[in-house]
Structures are given as C-alpha cells and as structure tokens.
Design a protein around this ligand. Structure first.
Ligand code: OAD
Length: 235
C-alpha cells in the first residue's frame, strides 16, 4: 500500500468562496501582511488585527467544504497510510470529515490568552467584543494562528517533515509554495524518493520538480489523483 501525504494551501478553499492570499483577487493585494499578520502589528493595534480576523471568521463560518476537501476526507478513510498537512487555518478539512489534520499555521477558531496562557476554541462569529477577552481571566487573547516572523508549532512541523520523508506519493494542492518552511516539504519528499503530484491552475516553484502537474482546480484535480491512487492500490 502506498504511503500518501498531502499538503494543502488556500487554493483548496477557493471553491468554497474563501479568498486566497496571493494572485489577482488575493487578500495580500488588498491588505498589508505587515499591518495585520505579525506580532508587532498585533501589539501596535490589537483592535485592527482582531477586526480583520473577525471579518475572515465570518466569511469562513458561512463557507462549506467543497469536493476537494471531501475527496481528501475520503482518502483518509480509505488509505491505510495517509497524512494531511495544511497551511490553512479555516478548519474546512475537519468540517469535511478529515479527522487527523496537521495544521502548520494554526486555526482561526482558536484563541490564546496572553495573560494566563489558556488556549481554547471560540466559534463566535461575529465576536461580541473586539478585541475579545479571555473567558478564564479576562486578559487579552490573540488569534491561534502563526504570524509572519513566528515559529511554526514544533510538533506539527516534525510530523509534516516525517510524512514528507516517508511518503511514496506527495500531493501538493492549491499552494503558491512560497512561504517557508511549508514550501520546503515537496522538495524534501522528492529528495527522499516520493512521486510529487501538483494540483494547481497556475505554475509554482514546485512545478519544476513535480512528476505530474495537473493544471486544474482542486476539486477536479483531486478526483483524478484519487482514481490514480485507487488503481495503484489495486495493483
Ligand atoms: P496563496 O494565496 O499564496 O496561493 C494559493 C494558490 O492556490 C495559488 O498558487 C493559486 O494558483 C492556487 N489556486 C487558486 N484557486 C485554486 C483552486 N480552485 N484549486 C487549486 N488551486 C487553486 O496561498 P498559500 O500558498 O496557502 O500564511 O499561502 C501560504 C501562506 O501564506 C498562508 O498559510 C498564509 C499566507 O500568508 C500565514 O498567514 C502565516
């Protein structure tokens, strides 16, 4: 049975109506990451940063998983050795039924208290108070996501690199593959002998090392990948 690992990025949620970061309608065309997605920005203006996260939480709350998310949930159920790694914070993989998701950049529904350190999920959207306060101690909470300049959660990172090294198939879906260290994963997988498959309507830095590039949307591209893996598994 092949070992399969998948890395997803914002592109897999595009068909659910959630804007990506780069590209012509990307969030980083309209907003500046250094004003919204860094620890400095948060300490300068927690209200502004929380307003932006509250806006995104409301968008995500209305979104439903699409065929792409659903096929990956099916792969997890049907393939004995399957790892899903995501850079997304939207939780749509879990909503589609994926049970084990390695979240490299955290989760937008999580909050972390800067006073008492409590970490918990808060699904309210819109938030009744901005910035929100810790439900335990009343301290200032921050979004449970990774910002630019911050390290990734070490356990998630280790699991992701292990999966990349051990995989027979490494599938890269809907990421521009420019944000490190996540962007390194396909290259590590390739170096350790995996067949690398890319699903993306656009070329990315992964294209040049990919064994197969499907220039299409996540939903249709992943359907083809699923059929291929099923054929492989049946020998
Ligand atoms: P990007 O916005 O950089 O890239 C999205 C990718 O999805 C692009 O390569 C698009 O071509 C592709 N795409 C668009 N629609 C698609 C579809 N329907 N199916 C498949 N692919 C599609 O998003 P990420 O690569 O996820 O980090 O960005 C990486 C990180 O940068 C994010 O996690 C976030 C951001 O700043 C942090 O916030 C730390």
């Amino acid at each position: 049975m092949p070992k399969v690992a998948v890395l997803t990025g914002a592109g897999i949620s595009a068909e659910s109506g959630i804007p990506t970061f780069r590209g012509k309608d990307g969030l980083w065309k309209r907003f500046k990451p250094e004003e919204l997605a860094t620890p400095e920005a948060f300490f300068r203006n927690p209200k502004l940063v929380w307003e932006w996260y509250d806006y995104r939480r409301q968008l995500i709350a209305r979104a439903e998983p699409n065929e792409g998310h659903k096929i990956l949930a099916r792969m997890e159920r049907e393939l004995p050795d399957f790892t899903l790694i995501t850079q997304n914070v939207d939780g749509l993989h879990q909503k589609a039924g994926s049970e084990k998701v390695i979240e490299l950049h955290g989760n937008i529904w999580k909050v972390r208290c800067l006073s008492c350190g409590a970490e918990y999920y808060d699904y309210r959207a819109p938030l009744p108070e901005i910035p929100p306060r810790c439900k335990h101690c009343g301290g200032l909470v921050r979004p449970g996501v990774v910002w630019f300049g911050e390290p990734l959660p070490p356990e998630a990172l280790e699991q992701a690199f292990n999966a990349a090294r051990e995989s027979d198939y490494f599938i890269v879906v809907g990421t521009s593959a420019v944000v490190y260290p996540a962007a390194q994963l396909p290259f590590v997988a390739k170096e350790y002998g995996a067949t690398v498959i890319e699903v993306n309507p656009e070329e990315t830095p992964v294209t040049r090392i990919a064994d197969l590039s499907l220039r299409e949307k996540a939903s249709t591209g992943l359907k083809k990948v699923y059929e291929m893996l099923k054929e492989h598994a049946q020998g």
